[in-house]
Design a protein around this ligand. Structure first.
Ligand code: KIV
Length: 286
C-alpha cells in the first residue's frame, strides 16, 4: 500500500531531485490502476470536458461535474495525492467564489489540493485560498480556459517578449502563496529559467524536462483521445487493456529522465534563446 504524498513530500522530492509523476484521471478504475502503478499525483482536470464528455474545450465544465469526478478518483485512489481543478467561472468573478469553491473540493470530494489557471490576474484568489489553509497549484503558459484570448491551444513563451509575460506570471503565482506551479506548453528554455529561480516545485506539461516532475493527460497517454495530439504528447499505449503497463512505463521514463525527449518540446524561435541571459539579468539581477 503506497503512502499518500503530502505537500511536504513534494518539497522534499524537489530538494532531492526526485521527479514527480502525475497524470489526469476522471474515474475510479483508472485512478486505482494509476495508484497501483505508483503515480505520485492525480489531477482531476477540467479536461474531462474533452476527454470524458466529448466537448471541444473546458469552458462549459461546471463545479458539480468536477466535484463528481474528483469524488470518483478519490474513491479509486485513496492513497494518492489528488488535485481538484477549478473550472471556468468558479474563481474568476470574485475572491469569495474562489475560496468557497476551492473549499468544496476538499470538503465534498476529498481532494488534497486545488489547481487554478492564470498568473498575475489571479493572485488575489491564490492568496485567499492559501490563507484559507488549502494547498494551491498555479497553472501558467497555455491555459485552456483562456484559449479564446490566446488564439487557440498554442504554445507559449516562444519569444523573449512572450517569455517575459510567462516569467512574470510564474513569479506572481509564487509571491501570492501558491505551493506548486504547473507550466503548460512553454518553451523548455523558459521553463528551465522559471525552475531555476522559483523555490516552489515546478511541474511541466509540454514545457520541457528541466522541472520537478511531469504531467500528461491520461487519454493522450493511452492513445484514447482521437481529436488531436499535441506535439508534447508521447503515446505509451493504444489499447485500454494496456493501461496499467503504460502507467508504469511512463513513470519509469519520467524518473529516469528518458521522457520528455527533445522531440516533445517547443523550442524557442531561432535566435531567441540566446537573448534569455539578458532577460534573466534584467529580471533577477537586483
Ligand atoms: O484540465 C486539465 O487536464 C489541465 C491540464 C491540461 C494541465 O488543466
Amino acid at each position: 500500500m503506497p503512502k499518500k504524498k503530502t505537500i511536504y513530500d513534494l518539497q522534499q522530492m524537489k530538494r532531492k531531485g526526485e521527479k514527480v509523476t502525475w497524470i489526469t484521471s476522471y474515474d475510479a478504475p483508472t485512478a486505482a490502476l494509476a495508484e497501483a502503478a505508483g503515480l505520485d499525483m492525480l489531477l482531476v482536470g477540467d479536461s474531462l470536458g474533452m476527454c470524458v464528455m466529448g466537448l471541444e474545450g473546458t469552458v462549459p465544465v461546471t463545479m458539480e461535474q468536477c466535484l463528481h469526478h474528483t469524488r470518483a478518483v478519490r474513491t479509486g485512489a485513496p492513497n494518492t495525492f489528488v488535485i481538484g481543478d477549478m473550472p471556468f467561472m468558479s474563481y474568476q468573478a470574485s475572491v469569495e467564489d474562489a475560496v468557497r469553491n476551492a473549499g468544496r473540493f476538499l470538503k465534498e470530494a476529498g481532494a488534497d489540493a486545488i489547481k487554478l489557471e492564470g498568473g498575475v490576474r489571479v493572485t488575489r484568489q491564490i492568496h485567499a485560498i492559501a490563507e484559507a489553509g488549502i494547498v494551491v497549484f498555479g497553472h501558467i503558459g497555455l491555459t485552456p480556459q483562456s484559449s479564446g484570448q490566446l488564439g487557440g491551444f498554442k504554445a507559449q513563451g516562444r519569444t523573449v517578449e512572450a517569455a517575459r509575460h510567462v516569467i512574470k506570471d510564474a513569479m506572481a503565482v509564487e509571491a501570492a502563496g501558491a505551493h506548486c506551479l504547473l507550466v503548460e506548453a512553454v518553451s523548455p528554455e523558459v521553463t528551465a529559467l522559471i525552475h531555476k529561480h522559483l523555490t516552489i516545485p515546478v511541474y511541466s506539461i509540454g514545457a520541457g524536462p528541466d522541472v520537478d516532475g511531469q504531467l500528461l493527460i491520461v487519454s493522450d497517454l493511452l492513445g484514447l483521445f482521437q481529436a488531436f495530439t499535441p506535439k508534447f504528447v508521447k503515446k505509451y499505449a493504444h489499447l485500454a487493456e494496456e493501461m496499467k503497463r503504460a502507467f508504469g512505463e511512463y513513470c519509469s521514463e519520467v524518473r529516469s529522465g528518458a521522457f520528455p525527449g527533445p522531440e516533445h518540446v517547443y523550442n524557442m524561435v531561432e535566435g531567441e534563446a540566446d537573448k534569455l541571459g539578458e532577460l534573466e539579468q534584467e529580471i533577477w539581477a537586483s
